[in-house]
Design a protein around this ligand. Structure first.
Ligand code: ZN
Length: 282
């Protein structure tokens, strides 16, 4: 950084914070090689953004680019991230968002590849913070298709999966956006283990409503309410899959048909089916 362009305290802190978040993402395996990108608002009309083609684990504060909200580079020796269009779209749609983080955390991305959204009522912490984590439709990375896919969900969600690609999180500051990425990957790992074990108890509808009311008392700012109506089509709220119950707060998830209509069986159920089929042949 040239000594003729001294950094304001805010800007130098944000540059250092981006370096730190990139280091954590790489150390935790959320990105490989040069994957992923990070940006923050720098005042009303400028963004500070990671450059393209650098490993996020080994960045230095001087590498960042400054762009305007239309993506024109204002400062920086390197070109801004190849996913800049997606970041610009988020800032355009969400005046409250101060930072955007994109990565490819392997377990969450596995759900994105399998086409399974993280929208079941399973963990109270996830329900109160992120609500549900939908999957934005597949789009060719770095093209204008990706911002279009993200636009559908970004008004109501602070985190989403990107089909066959990765995950995207946003927040009121950089660390809040980054921690949501950690929450998504952690939730994906827990969901995967529960499904491998062959049983998943879900939080009931009534309990989900109770958790939603806690958002206010904990001061959690959510962009949209949780919605328990599966029929909602416009993605204007956070659609969560939670079963009805007569008093019980945890209800065994029905195995069988998933939200996409695909039939899913536990290992135990599949073994029983095979056993029965073999018996009937005898
Ligand atoms: Zn990506």
């Amino acid at each position: 950084m040239s000594p003729s362009t001294p950094l304001g305290t805010g800007e130098s802190t944000l540059r250092a914070d981006i370096v730190e978040v990139g280091r954590r993402m790489y150390a935790r395996g959320y990105t490989a090689s040069n994957d992923g990108n990070i940006s923050v608002r720098l005042g009303a009309d400028r963004l500070l953004m990671t450059p393209k083609s650098v490993c996020k684990g080994f960045m230095t504060p001087d590498m960042m680019c400054i762009t305007d909200l239309d993506g024109r580079k204002l400062q920086g020796e390197r070109d801004p991230s190849s996913e800049m269009l997606m970041h610009l779209e988020v800032y355009r749609q969400r005046a409250d968002v101060q930072a955007v983080v994109h990565a490819h955390p392997p377990t969450a991305t596995g759900f994105a590849v399998a086409g399974i959204p993280l929208d079941r009522a399973v963990l109270a912490e996830v329900l109160t913070t992120l609500g549900s984590i939908p999957i934005a439709e597949y789009a060719t990375p770095s093209t204008s298709e990706l911002p279009e896919a993200v636009r559908k969900y970004i008004k109501a969600h602070d985190g989403m999966l990107l089909a066959n690609h990765g995950a995207l999180t946003v927040g009121g500051d950089l660390f809040s956006a980054y921690y949501k990425m950690e929450t998504i990957e952690h939730f994906a790992k827990i969901s995967l283990v529960a499904r491998l074990l062959g049983r998943e108890n879900l939080i009931s509808r009534d309990e989900v409503q109770r958790l939603q009311s806690l958002r206010g008392s904990y001061g959690i700012k959510a962009p949209a309410p949780i919605c328990l109506d599966d029929v909602v089509a416009d993605a204007a709220c956070q659609v969560v899959q939670a079963p009805e119950s007569s008093g019980a707060r945890l209800v065994a998830a029905p195995s069988g048909t998933g939200p996409d209509g695909e039939i899913r069986l536990t290992y135990r159920e599949l073994s029983q089916l095979i056993e029965d089929a073999v018996k009937s042949l005898r």
